[in-house]
Design a protein around this ligand. Sequence first.
Ligand code: NAD
Length: 301
Amino acid sequence: MATVAFIGLGNMGGPMAANLVKAGMTVTVFDLVPQAVEALTSQGALSAKTACGAAAGADYVITMLPASKHVQGLYLGSGEQQGLLDVVSKDAVLIDCSTIDAGTAQLVGKAAEEKGIAFMDAPVSGGTAGATAGTLTFICGGSDAAYNKAQTVLTVMGANIFHAGAVGAGQIAKICNNMLLSVLMVGTSESLQLGIDNGLDPKVLSDIMKVSSGGNWTLEKYNPCPDVMESVPSSNSYQGGFMVDLMVKDLGLSQQAALASNSSTPMGALARSLYVNHARQGNGKLDFSSIFEQFANQKSK
Ligand code: NAD
């Protein structure tokens, strides 16, 4: 059975690592937050004192970190501090599942290649529910050999696994997806509120739109209006899920990419502005479906 190091045990990484443990793999975990580590060791994972301690000797090293700076710092190290690339075995496959900019993924990929180590970016889609159910979509960027070897662990955590291209390609596909998701979430929120303001029951309106031409993932799986759907962040005071701060980061990445390729992305730019504004009002740690509150009729709250 494969040995896996899993680093970054937050909303996504925690349940992803738990699925590897459940599949019988030997999983050694590390996170800066001790409680996140304890949640995994109580399910049968081993723990290490440092990220490098977890990664040394593992067949697979998986990271699920907030943003580019965390990934770059962890893989490449800084100053005296060793990076993962200094300690992993030459046969290991390194898989970064964080959503970061393609340039950083390529920087880490190149440094890994120079040491003869396989590295792949494999950002995910499917949210915390997909992470828990083991039904994530993985969007991979890397060599065929790394992609093929990674199947052993990715199929345990995901249902759909795509090979988008070389290192960095997974990140580009992911930010395109998240830009579209943000636009759908904003559009769904304003549509639902328009219906509510004109006397409709948001549940009835959601059922109608779900099977009509406005149907989309946010209506089917992640309704932003409280109490329309069970077990989604909107029905739990927008706790858990995918933080507004992380959506702001992803929309920054898509605008950066658009600038670099001279692409026109007006809807993405507007969605970013709306989310930045929402974060500035103190909502950064809430789930991204809380953008609904920007449209809610304050008088009816
Ligand atoms: P999170 O903030 O809940 O978890 C990140 C974890 O990384 C935290 O536990 C933190 O302590 C840990 N961490 C940070 N630096 C570390 C380091 N140097 N060593 C060890 N641990 C470290 O974030 P999340 O929601 O799990 O998201 C992780 C990534 O997945 C982000 O890039 C996000 O954009 C992406 N993502 C999230 C979702 C979602 O629904 N939450 C969906 C798809 C993709």
